[in-house]
Design a binder for this molecule. Structure first.
Ligand SMILES: [Zn+2]
Length: 72
């Protein structure tokens, strides 16, 4: 089964646990469960921080705008 990252839409994902996956592109963990897709940011100390849906949207927005860097 191919798992697509809910943040970047990429396929550079690896399974890290039961129903849990890691995206190598955005360095987030995510799980697909009954409540939908949950996304977690991995802190430097290895702990997971749950991201709210609006935070996930911010992440995806950051990546998209990163394709076209703003002029400074
Ligand atoms: Zn990703």
């Amino acid at each position: 089964m191919e798992v697509v990252c809910p943040v970047c839409g990429g396929r550079a994902t690896g399974r890290v646990g039961s129903g849990q996956y890691y995206c190598w592109d955005c360095c987030v963990e995510f799980s697909a469960g009954r409540r939908g897709v949950q996304v977690y940011r991995v802190e430097e100390d290895g702990s997971l921080v749950h991201l709210r849906p609006e935070e996930v949207r911010e992440l995806t927005g950051v990546r998209r705008s990163g394709d076209h860097p703003p002029r400074t």
